[in-house]
Write a protein that binds this ligand. Structure first.
Ligand code: PBG
Length: 331
């Protein structure tokens, strides 16, 4: 029988790591990564977070070392989550967070770009992202926005470079922008968690920040976070936040919502951030711990997916390794 000859066509561009790197349509760059950082008031030693290997909740002192280590690894952008002490819930006093921002900026100055998460979920005893009515059945929009704008202003005055409201109430971007501008803080930017879905994948984060909703009649965040079945709400809410003055827009979770990233990319020219959230990170870590995936290759593959979908900025708990891993990436 005559042998059939199949000529090589597409495989020429896959033939070596060199030609794969040369011809990659999408490239990763560690300068586009943000490392989340948890710091808890009153903590005496850093503690691990269940499911998030490599991630710790730091003390005010130990966080300095973590940030210095990141800088040495080429990572200079951070998203800060200040966690107030358990016995300070419902007080809405922000001095721990503002002191923390002030001390980090004093220590590192413009070597770091510091974004601060703006939300009330670790400040409330019921864990919701804002103020509830007396019955605990409803999240009150205006009262929440007023408090968030106050918090945001204080963090900006303390030196935060960017504010990142993650609460999902309506109108907070406009309110924060106008209070910043009224105080001359017009170069402080806003990164809006504009397309934040109601998700199972925030579990390890809520553990870290003591912020799981519990105790109130309102049991979940579905009345303020987006439904996974409503991509149109994600577009409307995100474009609304752009109109209100958000400088950077965000999709969260990231890997499960690349369709949202891709469609937003068509509809806005603002930078888009993708937040690979705690549960998404933990899923990779769980597979890696069983030897079922190669940890760094799995994280890199997700980052490729986010970049391909159109994300300009990637927020990842593994960001501290991004430079190292990307340099060695075998395309
Ligand atoms: C607070 C907030 C959450 C996350 C970031 N800011 C959790 C939530 O909405 O319950 C999740 C981040 C992660 O899971 O990594 N509102």
């Amino acid at each position: 029988m005559e042998k059939i000859f199949y000529p090589i066509t597409q495989r020429r561009l896959r033939a070596s790591t060199h030609i794969r790197a040369l011809t990659a349509a999408v490239k990763l760059d560690h300068r586009c990564f943000i490392q989340p950082v948890f710091v808890e008031e009153g903590l005496t030693t850093a503690r691990a977070v269940k499911g998030l290997s490599g991630v710790q909740v730091y003390t005010r002192e130990s966080v300095l070392k973590f940030i210095a280590k990141n800088i040495r690894s080429g990572i200079q952008k951070f998203l800060l989550f200040p966690v107030p002490a358990e016995n300070k819930k419902d007080e809405f006093k922000f001095s721990f967070a503002t002191d923390l921002v002030r001390s980090l900026k004093k220590e590192f100055g413009n070597e770091i770009w510091l974004a601060a998460d703006i939300c009330l979920c670790s400040y409330t005893s019921h864990g919701h992202c804002g103020i509830l009515n007396e019955e605990g059945t409803k999240l009150l929009n205006s009262q929440t926005v007023d408090l968030l704008a106050k918090y945001a202003l204080q963090l900006a005055q303390a030196g935060a470079d960017c504010l990142a409201p993650s609460d999902m109430t309506d109108g907070r971007i406009g309110a924060i922008r106008s209070s910043l501008d009224a105080f001359g803080l017009d170069t402080v930017s806003i990164m809006s968690y504009s397309a934040k879905f109601s998700s199972q994948f925030y579990g390890p984060f809520r553990d870290a920040c003591h912020s799981a909703p519990s105790g109130a009649a309102l049991q979940d965040r579905k009345t303020y976070q987006l439904s996974p079945l409503n991509p149109r709400d994600a577009l409307v809410s995100t474009l609304r936040d752009e109109q209100e003055g958000a400088d950077i827009l965000m999709v969260k979770p990231a890997a499960l919502y690349t369709d949202i990233i891709a469609s937003l990319r068509q509809q806005t020219n603002k930078p888009l951030a993708a937040y690979h959230v705690s549960g998404e990170y933990a899923a990779i870590e769980a597979l890696a711990s069983q030897g079922l995936v190669i940890r760094e290759a799995a994280h890199l593959e997700v980052w490729c997916a986010l970049a391909r979908a159109g994300a300009d900025i990637i927020i990842s708990y593994a960001a501290e390794s991004a430079k190292d891993w990307i340099e060695k990436l075998d395309y």
